[in-house]
Write a protein that binds this ligand. Structure first.
Ligand SMILES: [Zn+2]
Ligand SMILES: [Zn+2]
Length: 343
């Protein structure tokens, strides 16, 4: 099979082609696993963190990609949840132990044995992949393969982030950074919380214009103060300055949710401008989002199908994965990038 493989950690500024196109044997499903012929795989900012070593995969080479959609082509021993030909998706959660206190209480995203797709096991930047059947998700009929792919991470983690803000209808929500996840949150909010207005902070004009097109009530650069103080903000940027700016834009009792798996080091010094009175006092809160649960993924897929949520996507061939990643690094973003691997 064709696959795009990460062999070594490097900086994308120096190495524009971090993934290598290779031919590999089709994997064989283990017990309770399904073999999936991948048709589409979303490209996520987390891949940049893996490639550049902020969150290196424990073993190399590895096939990245954790928003894979395809069809079951073979059931391993004991696997019986899906028929051959059925359409499934694989998200960031590749497996969790199922036994620990976290798993038992529904917080499998925090399991100490959490394994991530495309980091701890081969993912969807390939023609085939395997996963435990219990960690594959049925894809609702309303969604095409390429539309469903970005819902598996950008959408599901956006859904989790939004839930963690504690939003209620009418709350003023800020989104700092406007990539794949934030654009889906905006669409979700307009449906689920119609009285809420959304304020978008984004570095590039392209992202700001796109946000207004999708119904944000205001869009400004990351450094600008919002015209009103906000109840909650979701930060999806890789930087630190937006964290300070966001805290400044919060009302008393407001909450900032950081939806980023890693932050970059470049502007870490801006944290020194943190002022307790302006940024933290008055019971402001900061919370991070870590991973997703299977429940997040399944609830979100159902919601997306129910409200005909259509992500804005840009398609790339599997061989062009390096170009898609370079554009993501340069923040040439309009919606979600998806590798189209088969029809
Ligand atoms: Zn992701
Ligand atoms: Zn566990």
């Amino acid at each position: 099979m064709k696959a795009m493989v990460l062999n070594q950690i490097s900086s994308l500024r120096q190495n524009k082609r971090p993934l290598e196109a290779v031919q590999l044997p089709v994997p064989v499903p283990d017990a309770n696993q399904v073999l999936i012929q991948v048709s589409a795989c979303g490209v996520c900012h987390t891949e940049l963190d893996e490639i550049e070593g902020r969150m290196p995969p424990p073993q190399l080479p590895v096939i990245l990609g954790h928003q894979a959609v395809g069809r079951v082509v073979e059931n391993g021993r004991g696997a019986e949840r899906f028929r051959v030909g059925e359409r499934v998706g694989v998200a960031w959660i590749y497996s969790a132990c199922g036994q620990c206190r976290r798993c038992q209480s529904g917080d499998e995203n925090l399991c100490e044995e959490f394994r991530a797709t495309g980091r701890d096991a081969n993912g969807g930047y390939a023609e085939y992949m395997t996963v435990l059947e219990d960690f594959a998700h049925q894809i609702p009929d309303q969604l095409t393969d390429a539309q469903a792919a970005p819902l598996l991470c950008a959408g599901a983690i956006g859904y989790r982030s939004l839930h963690l803000t504690g939003i209620q209808d009418g709350f003023l929500l800020g989104l700092t950074g406007f990539g794949a996840s934030a654009h889906l949150v905006l669409k979700m909010v307009r449906y689920k919380y119609p009285k809420s207005r959304v304020f978008v902070f984004a570095r590039s004009k392209m992202e700001r214009d796109f946000a207004l097109e999708l119904g944000a009530c205001w869009a400004g650069s990351t450094e600008t103060a919002a015209p009103e103080k906000l109840d909650c903000i979701i930060d999806t940027t890789p930087a630190w300055k937006p964290v300070i700016e966001a805290l400044n834009n919060l009302k008393s009792g407001g909450r900032l949710v950081i939806n980023a798996i890693r932050k970059e080091e470049a502007d870490k010094k801006s944290l020194l401008s943190l002022e307790y009175a302006a940024h933290l006092w008055m019971e402001k809160e900061i919370k991070s989002v870590a991973n997703v649960t299977r429940r997040d993924v399944r609830e979100f897929l159902q919601l997306a199908a129910g409200i005909s949520l259509q992500p804005e996507i840009q398609e790339f061939a599997l061989e062009d994965a390096n170009r898609a990643l370079a554009e993501l690094k340069d923040r040439k973003i309009r919606g979600a990038k998806v590798l189209k691997i088969a029809d």
